[in-house]
Design a protein around this ligand. Structure first.
Ligand SMILES: C[S@@+](CC[C@H](N)C(=O)[O-])C[C@H]1O[C@@H](n2cnc3c(N)ncnc32)[C@H](O)[C@@H]1O
Length: 436
């Protein structure tokens, strides 16, 4: 059965398809003066802000941030994501989760942790797999932990996952701000930050989470690297503009690689910190993390862009009304994970989903569905998720695993590279990329 309505025409407008910023069509949006006013007064008081500060304020300001105020996912929102396109996506991540738990020796307690769960669709699909495989997973004490900054989205997740069986904490500033029980009877808790999730054996999933974290932008100039900043346009007090810092900033002094060859670089320092935390937890408590997003291997330059109503949107226009995003630099994430864990991949989404058996899952769903339009939707969603020209190649999957995991004869599922790849030295059928 298909759990969501899939509209191929809406889904082709997913946001990874576009790379560079462009202006929104004139007259398209209503301005949100509060966020703009907040930013312009701050800049007038203390000077230009970094792109990272700008992105953090615009997306997650507790009062007016884009993620805090909007339900942006789906055909009616600003963009669409793989878990919203087909249940097959989350189900295969569920199979991956169970297989990693089994390979770790079936620990008694299993924490499923999702970073940035959106509408909760992927977690629901993963949990359905857990339920279907209850004869296997049933012996473990399973709990769900959601790291979500948006109160609005957390309510939506609670509705989808618990059917109303959740309760918000009375106090505002507590680590667990909502608790509940899923429709299949598992405890579920909501946190604003990863560091608040209890320690213990965990499988972490992050789909389109890292691309939403703030980036710093740097430009190579004749005087050396300079950080890109956001300033108020001197000719129009309601307009923002990019400027270059006149001298090195703390970020340009610390975040750039000495041998960097590109002329423009984006660095997501916050993403690096999250990966370090994941790596430390996996090293200490066991478990694994799967990071899936659109991105590159340290090769791209200017990927910062805005999205509104499935269209590109000028990143400096009407801040707070549109999504802001940047491609994930997977080479940076691998570097930040360090040598304490094994990093596998990234492999393309097409490779991961095919390795995990999407074709067999599609056949089962096709066999069980009667009407022609549902069949059509299934085939279209399969094509959208796996086709090279759609999401199949633009999205990448990176696995972080406990180092002991690679000693086992059966390597981690899904992260095997394509046969045509020239990548070296398979380890148990898989390629280890960062043991430095
Ligand atoms: C692009 S959406 C992806 C949603 C979902 N994973 C999917 O693929 O449909 C990003 C998600 O991360 C959450 N988010 C963004 N920044 C965050 C932060 N700094 N901390 C926690 N959650 C954040 C958003 O509220 C949203 O749920």
């Amino acid at each position: 059965m298909i759990s969501r309505v899939f509209s191929p025409s809406a889904a082709v407008r997913w946001r990874a398809a576009h790379r560079l910023t462009c202006s929104a069509p004139p007259g398209e949006e209503k301005p949100r003066p509060s966020m703009l006013r907040h930013l312009t007064s701050r800049i007038k008081a203390t000077g230009p802000i970094t792109v990272s500060e700008y992105m953090r304020e615009v997306l997650t300001n507790p009062v007016a941030g884009y993620y805090v105020r909007n339900n942006m996912l789906g055909p009616e929102g600003d963009f669409i994501t793989s878990p919203e396109i087909s249940q097959m996506f989350g189900e295969l991540l569920g199979v991956w989760t169970v297989s990693e738990w089994m390979a770790a020796g079936r620990p008694e307690r299993l924490q499923l942790v999702e970073l940035g769960p959106g509408r909760g669709s992927m977690a629901a699909d993963v949990l359905r797999v857990f339920h279907q495989l209850r004869s296997v997973v049933g012996g473990a004490s399973v709990s769900l932990h959601l790291v979500e900054v948006s109160p609005l989205l957390s309510r939506l997740q609670a509705e989808n996952l618990t059917g109303g069986r959740s309760r918000q904490a009375d106090a505002e500033d507590v680590p667990v701000y909502r608790r509940g029980e899923t429709t299949t009877g598992l405890p579920v808790s909501w946190y604003r930050r990863l560091e608040d999730v209890p320690s213990g054996f965990s499988i972490f999933l992050a789909h389109e989470f890292f691309d939403a974290l703030p980036i710093h932008k740097f430009q190579r100039t004749q005087r050396g690297w300079r950080e890109v900043m956001v300033d108020v346009d001197p000719g129009n007090a309601d307009q923002l503009r990019f400027v270059l810092a006149p001298s090195p900033t703390p970020a340009s002094g610390s975040l750039l690689q000495a041998d960097e060859r590109r002329g423009h670089v984006e660095v997501c320092a916050e993403g690096g910190v999250v990966v370090q935390q994941l790596a430390q937890r996996i090293q200490q408590d066991g478990g694994a993390a799967l990071i899936a997003d659109y991105g590159h291997d340290g090769t791209k330059m200017d990927t910062f862009r805005g999205f509104k109503g499935h269209r590109l949107h000028d990143v400096l226009s009407s801040p707070g009304s549109a999504d802001l995003t940047a491609d994930v630099d997977f080479s940076f994430l691998r570097r930040m994970a360090g040598g304490g864990v094994a990093c596998l991949g990234p492999v393309t989404q097409a490779t991961f989903l095919k390795n995990m058996g999407i074709e067999s899952r599609l056949q089962v769903l096709l066999k069980n569905c009667g009407d022609a339009s549902t069949r059509q939707q299934l085939l279209a969603s399969y094509d959208m998720l796996t086709s090279r020209s759609k999401m199949g190649e633009r999205f990448l999957f990176l696995g972080l695993l406990h180092r002991s995991r690679l000693a086992r004869p059966a390597g981690p599922a899904g992260l095997k590279l394509e046969k045509k790849s020239a990548a070296p030295l398979p380890v148990g059928g898989f390629t280890e990329l960062s043991f430095s």
